[in-house]
Design a protein around this ligand. Structure first.
Ligand code: IPE
Ligand code: IPE
Ligand code: MG
Length: 239
């Protein structure tokens, strides 16, 4: 890859297309989720290699509970295994893992594994890998509004003093920088309730490639396209 390229500091991914990838191979959807989880491990290393500092991935949305019972429980089983193996992987790769979303909806043992992973990796200084689990932007914003409203109700916050920064801070992503680049694999071109506040000025990159087939060269391609964009943030381009 051209070493003069600007590397986005924070990349957000909607890893989509696992089910269709499996179906094309005559396999059950869960086979695609297993391949997708494997691919995610590789992409974390590739992202860090390329100079990306923050990677936020969508693992399970607040709407994904509507899937069949069998698929949801297969995903939960996969998450259980993934949290456990990630503890060692995070240690080996100096990777800090954090989670956004409402994890209290998960089974207690899974919540415990998530906490262990987050806690054991909190001081690592390599890639900051953020997992969106039972995450939905509307839910995240609703929870943030409730927190602020409670402070207004008890008199510790003046509604007039609520600022954009305060709202950002109240979201699950806290003080993490906003994503520079959003990638959605699998061909759909929508946000599916992902990071709607945080993506206000993010560049979007959509690809037909299903998640299990999305590899380092595809990430490089997304970064190249990102470099051809003309980011403005409401201003005009400096000549
Ligand atoms: C994304 O792949 C993974 C999750 C949402 C958990 P899908 O399962 O949505 O795969 P498709 O979109 O049906 O192919
Ligand atoms: C978005 O994918 C959620 C995740 C990747 C976890 P979906 O496959 O659930 O989104 P829709 O239903 O196609 O919008
Ligand atoms: Mg999908």
């Amino acid at each position: 890859m051209d070493d003069k390229l600007i590397i986005p500091k924070h990349v957000a991914i909607i890893l989509d297309g696992n089910g269709r990838w499996a179906k094309k191979r005559g396999m059950p959807r869960n086979y695609g989720h297993i391949a997708g989880a494997k691919n995610l491990e590789q992409i974390c290393e590739d992202a860090w290699d390329l100079g990306i500092k923050y990677l936020t991935v969508y693992l399970f949305s607040t709407e994904n509970w509507k899937r069949s019972k069998a698929e949801v429980s297969a995903l939960m089983e996969l998450f259980r295994r993934y949290m456990k193996t990630s503890i060692k992987r995070a240690a080996d790769n100096n990777m800090k893992v954090s989670v956004i979303g409402e994890i209290s909806a998960f089974a207690p043992d899974l919540q415990e594994s998530i906490r262990k992973l987050v806690d054991s990796s909190k001081d690592y200084t390599g890639l900051h890998f953020q997992l969106a689990m039972n995450y939905g932007s509307r839910d995240e914003i609703t929870r943030a509004v409730r927190k602020l409203a409670a402070r207004c109700a008890d008199g510790s916050l003046d509604p007039e003093s609520i600022s954009e920064e305060m709202i950002s801070q109240s979201l699950d992503t806290g003080d993490l920088p906003d994503p520079d680049l959003l990638i959605r694999t699998g061909g759909e071109q929508r946000l599916s309730n992902y990071l709607m506040w945080q993506l206000a000025y993010t560049e979007f990159y959509f690809t037909e490639i299903p998640w299990p087939d999305f590899h380092k060269k595809d990430l490089e391609m997304a970064i190249e396209k990102f470099n051809n964009r003309d980011r403005r943030f409401g201003g005009v381009k400096e000549e």
